[in-house]
Design a protein around this ligand. Structure first.
Ligand code: PLP
Length: 463
């Protein structure tokens, strides 16, 4: 049996309708190799890795420095317990991460786990336990953004507000209060008409009703709210919803005034993706807790970090008999291979040349994707750093979406494969989010592939 046959017989894939996957005639792409921004399958076909292997890869596949760092660590040890022991690499990584937080007086501490969901779960538990141990037992509630996605564990799902994903689990999710996402393109308060060529954030006509809504929700229960949790600047799985500049800063100030902690989920936005090391830097916001994962290891290995202020950390200090320990952990916490990969990735990110490349590629991506505005079914083209989202609509003037059952985004991305691009849509939103190492010709190829695929699935009518 081929790997594809074995896969269809034995595996169960995430976020995948397995009936379609296993259908006779369905041929999964079997990736066997990668080099830089290129993925190669078992038939020898090459594709641009258009979504950085689900938003994880930064420096490309088989980067010599990343590979060497992993091999060197492998020659020493792959894994040992982080419970009651430490290792050579995790402390160094923690120091690097805290230095990146750019806040001397916050005395940040790093808690290591495995992936985005565990980083969020650890953050929620840290906040609840800290509130409890500080005698703030009334502060038990969380506020989060509508359509937020923070992962698939029970706590992370409780923060998310996706009716689609979470309906079967509603009986076990704990209640959190939802505030509207500040996403201008579909904001009910935005009175501006859609304009071709203009990101809705730049043409919006509103009075920051989204912030008023947040204020109202916070003021309903200011004394019982533990934290406000959000993906800053870009809400990924919601459809790359992008927030107007100024929202985060004002939201952070509102929380601080009310003694409500700010927990940022930078699982997707972290490590240069939006053009700054962290999206919160763009508005000089210092969170109380930040969750990092995905590209922490440059897309090589699962590793996550939940970073909390000294104020939160101190709530866990006490005599053993007080049982204030953070009773939470994972078998692979502090995994040395993951930490070695993360250190190598951060060293690469510190290189000025890499930072300049991110800026150049982001500019090129912006230039090239302007073409999409000429398609009648493109409602919005929005971009932050190296995240570009193209939202398809059935009607431009009313922003009416295509029905989800049409699988339009998926069909376009499937068509793009034959032009040498692999990427995954979010419903009707096409996403281009390449590794930073992508060359200009590869970037052009990715945009051209998506454009051709769009024209194939939704031909532009001859008027
Ligand atoms: C913003 C955000 N938070 C959390 C997660 C969950 O991360 P993971 O899939 O690694 O559990 C994701 C995954 O897409 C994410 O985009």
């Amino acid at each position: 049996m081929t790997p594809a046959d074995l896969d269809k017989k034995y595996l169960w894939h995430p976020f995948t309708q397995m009936q379609d996957w296993c259908a006779p005639g369905a041929e999964p792409i079997v990736i066997v190799e990668g080099q830089g921004a290129i993925l190669r399958d078992d038939q020898g076909r090459e594709y641009v890795d258009g979504n950085s292997s689900i938003w994880t890869n930064l420096h490309g596949h088989r980067h010599p420095k990343m590979d060497a760092a992993l091999r060197a660590q492998l020659d020493k040890i792959a894994h040992s317990s982080f419970l009651g022991l430490t290792n050579e690499v995790a402390p160094l990584l923690a120091k690097m991460l805290v230095e990146l937080m750019q806040a001397d007086d916050k005395n940040y501490r790093v808690f290591l786990s495995d992936d985005g969901s565990t980083a969020i779960e650890a953050g929620l538990k840290m906040i609840l336990q800290a509130r409890d141990q500080r005698g703030e037992t009334h502060r038990k509630n969380f506020v989060s953004l509508s359509q937020g996605y923070h992962g698939d564990t029970i706590g992370a799902m409780s923060l998310g507000h996706s009716k689609f994903f979470h309906r079967p689990f509603s009986s076990v999710l704990f209640p959190t209060r939802e505030v509207p996402a500040p996403a201008c393109y579909r904001c009910p308060h935005n009175r501006a008409k859609p304009e071709r060529g203009a990101d809705a954030r730049t043409t919006r006509k509103c009075n920051w009703e989204c912030l008023n809504d947040l204020r109202t929700v916070l003021d309903q229960q200011p004394e019982t709210t533990a934290a406000f949790v959000l993906e800053p600047l870009v809400q990924g799985a919601a459809g790359m919803l992008m927030h107007p500049s100024g929202y985060l800063k004002q939201a952070a100030a509102m929380c601080a005034e009310r003694g409500i902690w700010l927990m940022l989920d930078e699982v997707m936005t972290g490590f240069g993706r939006t053009g700054a090391m962290f999206a919160c830097e763009r508005e000089q916001v210092q969170p109380d807790v930040i969750a990092l994962a995905k590209s922490l290891t440059g897309g090589y290995l699962p590793l996550a970090a939940t970073i909390a202020t000294g104020e939160i950390f101190d709530a866990f200090l006490g005599d053993y008999s007080e049982f204030k320990t953070f009773f939470h952990g994972h078998s692979y916490s502090g995994n040395p291979l993951g930490c070695a990969a993360a250190i190598a990735s951060l060293e690469l990110l510190a290189d000025e040349k890499v930072q300049q490349t991110i800026v150049h590629r982001a500019n090129r991506l912006r230039e090239k994707t302007q073409l999409f505005w000429t398609h009648p079914n493109v409602g919005d083209v929005r971009q932050e750093g190296l995240i570009c989202a193209i939202e398809l609509v059935a009607d431009f003037a009313t922003r009416k979406p295509f029905p989800m059952e049409d699988r339009l985004g998926a069909r376009i991305c499937e068509a793009a494969r034959k032009y040498g691009l692999l990427t995954r849509p979010i419903g009707n939103v096409l996403v281009l989010m390449p590794p930073y190492c992508i060359t200009e010709p590869q970037l052009d190829q990715a945009v051209d592939a998506l454009w051709r695929a769009l024209g194939e699935v939704l031909p532009i009518p001859n008027i």
